[in-house]
Design a protein around this ligand. Structure first.
Ligand code: KG4
Ligand code: ZN
Length: 316
């Protein structure tokens, strides 16, 4: 089960940390109750309790960690810590029907690409809980760029789906926005702040701007959205291909909210055919944050990787 808090953040155009932790606090016990009820089990039926304790907003992580520890203490069952980012890649395996013992659905080893609101990173993934960071964004995450550009265009939060909808009526070649770092094949990092600034200049020119006063036609909004989306997608696809080539690996697994983007999925699929690699993109319902990502806990349970009850949250 998923409790979304998008509606609370929409009016601010992005996630407000204080609101996020308060919403976690209010919703965590009701959603645990509802989940147990739907599954037809009680707390005593659990073998262990898992919690994502990294990375993320400190306040929100602490609510989850404290709740998980309290339940473990109450029912005397082990505590398992999950790395949220590993869960985004593992969603590809869950989608194939694999978790835990089902080795026929294995997706490892692979290059893992996580494209979300907080992260844009490439990993060499030897196994479900064995990740080596190859490169990351040096400024904004891809999803953050979608959200900020949407806000500049007067589109609602979350910006990714709104940009995708607006882009459907636009020309992706109307404006040539930058695809950062693609010339540097040695470096597997991303950068989206230059792209965001280029869009800002297109909309408002340099200097201070009050975006609420800027009037764009529907066609201009569509063209800017489509051209921005094309540049962001090209940067993501280009670096993922470079990571595959540099590592000699032939399988790419992708997760995170931005992986729900239709143009991204289309261009990544074309790249897989062109460059001959195996591609797994998390299905739409598992791209954005959800509890199925916690299936990574099954791997840790099997490996006997449990945590003491003084487990901490690690925001970065
Ligand atoms: O993984 P996620 O649900 O949350 C974390 O950040 O961990 O990702 C949320 C991000 C937001 O920035 C949202 O705008 C973006 O994913 N997103 C999309 C689409 N759907 C969600 N970006 C582009 N196109 C989409 N269709
Ligand atoms: Zn996420």
């Amino acid at each position: 089960m998923v409790a979304s808090q998008d509606e609370f953040h929409r009016q601010f155009g992005g996630v407000v940390p204080e609101i996020a932790s308060r919403a976690h606090l209010e919703r965590i016990l009701p959603i645990i109750d509802a989940t147990l009820k739907q599954a037809g089990i009680s707390l005593d039926d659990l073998d262990a309790v898992s919690v994502a304790n990294r990375p993320g907003l400190a306040g929100a992580l602490l609510v989850g960690v404290a709740t998980a520890k309290a339940i473990c203490l109450a029912i005397n069952k082990p505590l398992i810590a999950v790395n949220h980012l590993q869960g985004h890649i593992y969603a590809c395996r869950v989608a194939l029907g694999g978790a835990g013992d089902n080795d026929s659905c294995d997706i490892f080893p692979c290059i893992g690409l996580i494209v979300s609101g907080g992260h844009t990173s490439l990993y060499r993934c030897a196994g479900p809980i064995d990740f080596e960071l190859l490169g990351s964004t040096i400024d904004d995450a891809a999803g953050e760029a979608f959200d900020k550009v949407a806000s500049m265009l007067g589109l609602p939060y979350p910006g990714g789906p709104a940009i995708q909808r607006a882009a459907a009526d636009g020309n992706p070649k109307a404006y040539r926005f930058p695809r950062a770092l693609l010339d540097d094949t040695e470096r597997l990092d991303f950068s989206f702040s230059g792209l965001k600034t280029a869009v800002r200049y297109k909309i408002a020119g340099p200097g201070r701007a009050d975006f609420s006063q800027i009037r764009l036609s529907q066609q201009e909004i569509a063209d800017i959205a489509a051209s921005f989306q094309e540049a962001a997608v090209d940067a993501l696809v280009g670096k993922a291909v470079q990571a595959l080539q540099a590592s000699g690996m032939s399988r790419l697994c992708i997760g995170g909210g931005v992986a729900a983007n239709a143009r991204f999925r289309e261009k990544m699929t074309q790249a897989a055919v062109l460059h001959g690699f195996q591609l797994h993109i998390a299905p739409l319902n598992l791209c954005t944050d959800n509890a199925v990502m916690g299936a990574i806990a099954i791997e840790r349970y099997r490996a006997g990787l449990f945590e003491p009850l003084d487990l901490d949250a690690f925001p970065t």
